[in-house]
Design a protein around this ligand. Structure first.
Ligand code: C2E
Ligand code: CA
Ligand code: CA
Length: 726
């Protein structure tokens, strides 16, 4: 646009300059003819030039020389009545300037002048002609002006008839003598034109040039011959403006180019990145980043396809939901990178062990799912699942460490349990829940009654809340004897719930429900309060109370324990708190602080189920427990198993070495009892000593035990004395 408008303005400037020159040339010519007038409208001149013998010296002195001296007409020529050159005058060069060519050039102008003169005669009725002179102005207008080339130089000329000033009557109409006066354009005249037009750099040139900064005005003779060219330095406002704004324009163009390049590059990169992230997103959307296995979404789609196919083929498809046991503990105690390695290892092993046609996916954190196609029988499926468990059971190496993973599995089978993927997954999940609750076989096949159990979980938590408010809950107390079973030294309080309709709900069922629903805080305090209150009935006895990890999350837990102790007026030394190592999960220092405060106050702290978790030993370093309770699996595994026995002995020695009271629980047989006694385990607990008892039975038991206890062992059975009905 800018270049275009600059060009337009240049063009129009050129045009107006051209017009200006044209006007200025015309003006100079008019001026010349005006100057010439003074000598051509003159009686004397008329008579002299028309005389038979014209007085040349008079003409010279009064006309041509006068014109030269006063007005710069350097050349003059008189053309006679007969149209022939009458005389030639020149004032700075030789007289040889007149050529036939020039004469030819001038003749159209001379002819016009003559014609005009003749037409100013009018025939009178007498037959004579009357000549009426025109006034000066009109006379000048009948002069002819123009440009001619004299020896290659442009000259302005004016041609006029020499006429009388006054009216005259003549006998005939005769043509006039014509005076043609010439003044060179070069020099003064050109300067005048330059000044008139206010343009610079005037030169006379012979030929055209097509340079843009050069303005040109063509001078033509009356016959149209090229006489020369007035050239000048054109004033081009458009170009000038462009020149001025060029740097800005260049800068702007550069900026625009830079912006365009930047935008292009940016867009390219974004497009590339977008394409890349799109393909990544597709992969991520379908696969789990850690294990590389399909994720939940992908699994769903694959399952859908499989089910459609198996529906057509009429085959059975098994959907297996898998959950890693204690994965949270691995993560919390060994760190997330160890957890990640376990996930990867488990994913690989699952993939390896199931049939090629099967599908393995990672559903979430520690959850996997499998699809096993074409299951001809439950036995075959069980065989596969056994293989899975064996494979996962092999140690996983994490650095130098050997880790043992185990998993729980829930299975639903299409079409038996349904054909819809969602329904099958839900049922497999229910079976998994059942497997975990069972804790033994660690795998379950879906059965319709399981569904009710799951639904009842939610119901259970509402019932539990009501039970707590309605005093449906109670505590049982399980005695612990000293090493030689002569004395009961402590009791473990265990929560009991008997519903109004008489059904008994196990604490292994309702304690996790209470933990999930948050009810554990209220329930836990209720248990603590009840146990502390009852402790007065059994003087000297230490009361052990199980405390859930969740209870430590309560910021005022320690204060509440203190309040309960003081409300019941119980010395802290008579209260023992049992915690499992999961209390350390999450590396929460506030738990350690709470435990330390309790210990400093005199409350005993026991580590329950020692050896069942992942890094039990490290906890012994982190907190100085008063009591170590050996997990009852070690005791039940013991029977004649030298390795289990060796572990038991080592734990007892370890506890002793650390100055702790060692407790063995779950003692059921005399062999177990004797063995632990022989290795001087400090406290003994189990059905062999006594089952958990209600408060009245415990009181009776303690009385009887003390009595029989002093009498020694039963002679017949060799058993220690205990309440028959317990
Ligand atoms: P735990 O703390 O390890 O409690 C010992 C469990 O072993 C009790 O089961 C007890 O009845 C059982 N037991 C005792 N002697 C024997 C034996 O010789 N053989 C066998 N097989 N079992 C024996 P219970 O009462 O069903 O409690 C189960 C778990 O529920 C407890 O395990 C504890 O973790 C939790 N629990 C019970 N009461 C409470 C409570 O008041 N608060 C909290 N937080 N948890 C509790
Ligand atoms: Ca316990
Ligand atoms: Ca225990």
């Amino acid at each position: 646009m800018l270049y275009w408008s600059a060009r337009i303005s240049d063009e129009s400037a050129k045009h107006s300059q051209h017009m200006l020159i044209k006007g200025a040339v015309q003006l100079s010519q008019d001026y010349l003819s005006k100057q010439q007038t003074g000598v051509v409208i003159w009686e004397d001149a008329y008579h002299i030039v028309n005389a038979a013998e014209p007085d040349e010296s008079w003409i010279y002195a009064n006309m041509t020389h006068w014109l030269f001296q006063n007005h710069g007409f350097t050349k003059s020529v008189l053309i006679g009545r007969d149209f022939q050159v009458q005389n030639i005058y020149a004032y700075n060069h030789s007289n040889r300037w007149m050529t036939q060519d020039l004469l030819d050039d001038l003749s159209p102008a001379v002819a016009k002048v003559r014609a005009r003169y003749i037409t100013s005669f009018q025939r009178t009725p007498s037959g004579l002609f009357r000549y009426t002179p025109k006034n000066h102005e009109a006379q000048r207008s009948i002069a002819e002006t123009g440009v001619v080339s004299v020896n290659g130089d442009p000259y302005l000329f004016s041609a006029a008839a020499i006429v009388p000033r006054v009216l005259s009557i003549t006998q005939e109409r005769v043509p006039p003598v014509t005076l043609v006066s010439l003044a060179p354009l070069r020099g003064g005249k050109l300067k005048d034109i330059s000044e008139m037009s206010h343009l610079d750099g005037f030169v006379l040139a012979d030929t055209q040039s097509d340079r843009s900064g050069v303005g040109q005005y063509q001078l033509r003779s009356p016959r149209g011959k090229n006489v020369g060219i007035i050239a000048w330095q054109t004033y081009l406002p458009g170009s000038q403006m462009l020149d001025r704004i060029h740097p800005f324009l260049a800068f702007a163009a550069f900026m625009i180019a830079a912006v365009v390049i930047a935008v292009t590059v940016f867009t390219r990169q974004m497009t590339k990145r977008l394409a890349k992230s799109e393909s990544q997103a597709v992969h991520t959307a379908r696969h789990d980043a850690l294990s590389g296995l399909p994720n939940r979404t992908r699994f769903h789609a694959l399952l859908n396809d499989t089910l459609e196919q198996s529906f057509e083929d009429g085959t059975n498809t098994a959907v297996v939901y898998i959950d890693l046991d204690h994965f949270k503990d691995i993560n919390d105690t060994l760190g997330h990178s160890a957890g990640d390695k376990v996930i990867v290892a488990v994913g690989q092993r699952l993939r390896r062990v199931i049939p090629e046609s099967g599908i393995v996916a990672r559903i979430s954190g520690d959850e996997f799912a499998m699809v096993i196609k074409d299951c001809k029988s439950d036995e075959w499926l069980e065989y596969i699942l056994d293989q899975v468990q064996d494979e996962i059971g092999r140690p996983i190496m994490i650095g130098q460490r050997e880790l043992f993973a185990s998993l729980s599995m829930g299975t639903a089978i299409a079409p038996r349990d349904g054909n819809d993927p969602d329904e099958l997954l839900r049922k497999a999940d229910i079976a998994l829940y059942d497997a975990k609750a069972n804790g033994r076989s660690r795998r379950s096949f879906f059965e319709p009654n399981m569904e009710q159990q799951v639904q009842s979980k939610d119901k259970l938590s509402r019932e539990l809340r009501r039970a707590l408010n309605n005093d449906e809950l109670d505590l049982a107390y399980q005695p612990q004897s000293d090493t030689d079973a002569r004395q009961i030294v402590s009791v473990e309080a265990l929560a009991r719930w008997t519903k109004a309709d008489g059904t008994i709900v196990s604490p292994s069922v309702f304690i996790p429900v209470a933990e999930e629903s948050g009810l554990i805080n209220d329930l836990g305090l209720w248990i603590l309060n009840k146990a502390c209150a009852k402790a007065h009935d059994w003087p000297g006895m230490v009361v052990s109370v199980n405390v859930s990890p969740n209870q430590f999350k309560h910021p005022r837990f320690v204060e509440k324990v203190l309040a309960i102790l003081s409300a019941n007026n119980l010395p802290p030394q008579r209260l023992e708190i049992e915690v499992t190592e999961s209390v350390f999960a999450g590396r929460n220092d506030s738990v350690l602080k709470a435990l330390r405060r309790l210990k400093n106050l005199g409350v005993k702290v026991a580590l329950d189920d020692f050896g069942s978790g992942y890094s039990s030993l490290s906890y012994l370093r982190r907190f100085p427990f008063d009591t170590l309770k050996i997990d009852r699996d070690f005791v039940s595994d013991m029977n004649g198993n030298p390795e289990a026995e060796a572990i038991l002995v080592s734990i007892i020695q370890l506890g002793k070495a650390l100055g702790m009271t060692v407790v063995a629980e779950g003692i059921e047989t005399v062999e177990q009892f004797r063995f632990l006694q022989a290795h001087e385990c400090h406290r003994l607990q189990g059905y062999f000593i006594s089952r958990p008892l209600n408060e009245n039975d415990l009181t009776t038991f303690l009385d009887t035990f003390q009595y029989v206890g002093s009498a020694g062992f039963d002679a017949k059975t060799g058993y220690p004395p205990r309440l028959a009905k317990g």
